[in-house]
Design a binder for this molecule. Structure first.
Ligand code: GCO
Ligand code: MG
Length: 404
């Protein structure tokens, strides 16, 4: 079998998605997600201009070899653009291999280790009553684990918290300039423990609660937050520090037993080397899409398993249904799966990407269709042309830019 064609397509059914479709001489097609929120066209160009010309004539079954060829062969390794592009090729080849085998992809990854995948949803509110209502709404949708994000007194717009007009939202997009949000770490650290106390008081001790600090804290601040949240037993504290400095997590780890999750902006196993071998985190959270595909993510999960660390991939709306489905197949198969973030996608997005995976009773399942179980409706995609979009930026009271 040979690859005959590969095409890159960008569509915006509410937000932008970059999709690679690989076709073989036997007419089998595979899909890969290459979406990099706010920098979509850079990956589309990397693929179309530099990768697609290399694919024709290759054997689609040689997935590991193609991965190494694109990764080592380019000389310039790593980085979100490169790794999202390689991921799209890798996932499309896995999709083809599983379709040829006539099996859902998880069967090729070892078969199911579990029956279904626990998902967590997002609750947010500008104040406590709004947040409690939002938790109730997620529970009504069946979620059994919930991420809790709250507005902070004195701050106008906080990432992950919806404003009534939809701005300052978890899905900032279709803006020609980044939305400017504001931040005050001390105010946040004073406020969040009370938020957890109130949510626990309302919903009891059993509900798994998660929280995303979105890389905003120093190690000492993260240690403080971890300690202050301990009485409320969070399921995890996510991205507490900007972990380019992996050693920073040593201080946090020594100070608190609050479980730590990290990795949505990581794109190589080397970003995790210290974190895993020194057991500084409890969950590795890279997505298939931003980590170079299923081939390297499987290796990361296997390394993490040696240290009782779980694989719990990043699953926001800006991972396309193709990228999400890839994660679900892997997570059904590996033993050390933790939890899967799931926000769902808009109706127009589901129309562009008809998908076999299901969300029922708080659990996800990739479905039983051969391959990934996701299609790409070209005509629907063409109705939603690309629109430039940016993630927000964050400024402190003195006007300086902060991590967000
Ligand atoms: C999450 C995230 C997202 C990211 C977004 C960036 O945990 O879901 O932090 O909301 O910020 O995916 O593109
Ligand atoms: Mg996050």
């Amino acid at each position: 079998m040979k690859i005959t064609d590969a095409t890159v397509s960008v569509t915006c059914p509410g937000r932008n998605f970059v999709t690679l479709r690989i076709t073989t001489d036997e007419g089998v097609t595979g899909l890969g997600d290459a979406t990099l929120n706010g920098r979509e066209l850079a990956v589309a160009s990397y693929l179309a201009d530099h990768v697609v010309p290399l694919l024709a004539g290759r054997d689609p079954h040689r997935i590991e070899d193609t991965w190494q060829y694109l990764h080592r062969g380019a000389y310039w390794r790593r980085g979100p653009v490169t790794m999202a592009a390689i991921a799209a090729v890798d996932v499309a080849l896995w999709d083809i291999k599983a379709k040829v085998a006539g099996l859902p992809l998880y069967q090729l990854l070892g078969g199911a280790s579990r029956d279904r995948l626990t998902a967590y949803g997002h609750a947010d509110g500008r104040d406590l009553p709004e947040l409690l209502d939002s938790v109730r709404a997620r529970l009504a949708q069946g979620y059994r684990a919930i991420r809790v994000q709250s507005g902070v007194p004195g701050l106008r717009a906080v990432y992950g918290v919806h404003a009534p007009d939809g701005s300052g939202s978890t899905v900032p997009h279709q803006q020609d300039r980044p939305l400017v949000e504001d931040w005050d770490t001390d105010a946040y650290l004073r406020h969040i423990p009370a938020v957890f106390e109130a949510v626990r008081a309302e919903f009891g001790a059993e509900l798994p609660l998660l929280h995303d600090a979105h890389h905003r804290l120093t190690p000492v601040q993260a240690a403080r937050l971890g300690k202050d949240l301990e009485p409320y037993r969070p399921f995890w504290l996510e991205d507490c520090t900007p972990a380019e400095n992996q050693e920073a997590l040593r201080l946090v780890r020594r100070a608190t037993t609050t479980p730590l999750a990290i990795g949505e902006v990581f794109n190589s196993v080397f970003d995790y080397q210290t974190l895993i071998t020194e057991q500084l985190v409890d969950h590795v959270r890279s997505s298939v899409t931003h980590f170079g595909g299923l081939t390297p993510l499987r290796k990361l999960f296997d390394l993490a398993a040696l240290y009782q660390i779980k694989g719990s991939t990043h699953g926001p709306e800006d991972i396309s249904p193709v990228g999400l489905a890839a994660a679900l197949h892997l997570e059904l198969a590996v033993h050390n799966f933790g939890i899967q973030e799931y926000t769902g996608h808009s109706a127009p997005t589901r129309e562009v990407f008809p998908a076999a995976y299901t969300f029922e009773d708080g659990f996800l399942h990739p479905g039983e269709e051969p391959g990934l179980g996701v299609a790409y409706d070209e005509a629907a995609a063409a109705r939603h042309p690309y629109r430039r979009s940016y993630l927000p930026v964050n400024r402190l009271a003195d006007g300086s830019v902060h991590d967000w």
